[in-house]
Design a protein around this ligand. Structure first.
Ligand SMILES: [Zn+2]
Ligand SMILES: [Zn+2]
Length: 242
């Protein structure tokens, strides 16, 4: 087995998924690219997962909440987690996966998701669910990047995935082309729960590549709550820093 891996590495050496540099071990990112990505780690808001930049007055190893979450009474998500900040240094990782067919990186990115989701796995969710894309877009792109990540996460977590119960029934304008209120309007009635019997009473982890305003994930969560989901968690590769 090992000899085949060695031979394979000679023919197809592992490369950095960001810059393409040849790596000695298949760990995804070269040291330089790794150091440029802003990974999210403690201290962060236990609920929404936003990292606390202001290190003053921050206590480690205690559950803490951001000002926004402390004020809120009702939440769409039990927990929200992301692996890294979406910025100029990290956006290529997302765009390559989404539009440039570089799906080989999906396994490595799913490992980052797995690490970022550690607090979610402790809650023992029932199913993983990728944010669906419309079937017309699926035909153009040939794959749903979130479903791809989900597939690797099934192996890592042992939790089943459900790819069909939540569907995108309207082919909306890509969210990146819109802002604020237009984003929310664009997504109205975009998703439906086609098999509510698979959703009722379940603790569901919604998987997506990036959370910008969060409108897409929020819309999915509303539909899932309406269908009777017991709890919803959001897990994305990246999030924007507000
Ligand atoms: Zn690199
Ligand atoms: Zn928060």
């Amino acid at each position: 087995m090992k000899i085949w891996q060695t031979l394979l590495n000679l023919i197809l050496p592992p490369r950095c998924i960001k810059c393409g540099k040849i790596l000695s071990v298949k760990n995804g990112l070269c040291a330089e690219c790794f150091s440029k990505i802003t990974f999210i780690s403690e201290p962060m808001c236990h609920h929404c997962g936003i990292p606390f930049n202001d290190a003053v007055n921050i206590k480690f190893n205690t559950v803490q909440y951001c000002g926004k979450c402390l004020q809120k009474k009702k939440f769409l998500f039990e927990l929200q987690r992301s692996a890294f900040i979406y910025n100029d240094e990290s956006k290529d990782l997302i765009l390559d996966l989404k539009f440039r067919d570089k799906t080989a990186a999906a396994e490595i990115l799913a490992n980052l998701l797995y690490t970022a989701g550690s607090d979610i796995w402790k809650e023992q969710p029932d199913i993983l669910m990728p944010v669906p894309i419309h079937h017309k877009r699926l035909m153009q792109r040939r794959y749903n990047q979130s479903a791809l990540l989900c597939r690797y996460l099934v192996h890592k977590t042992g939790i089943d995935a459900d790819y069909t119960s939540l569907q995108r029934c309207r082919n909306t304008i890509p969210q990146v082309q819109l802002s604020g209120a237009a984003r929310r309007n664009n997504l109205k009635h975009a998703f439906t729960a086609v098999k509510p019997q698979n959703i009722r009473g379940k603790k569901i982890v919604l998987i997506d590549d990036v959370a910008t305003t969060g409108s897409t994930l929020n819309e999915c969560a509303k539909v899932l709550h309406k269908a009777g989901a017991a709890a919803i968690y959001s897990l994305t590769l990246a999030r924007t820093q507000k």
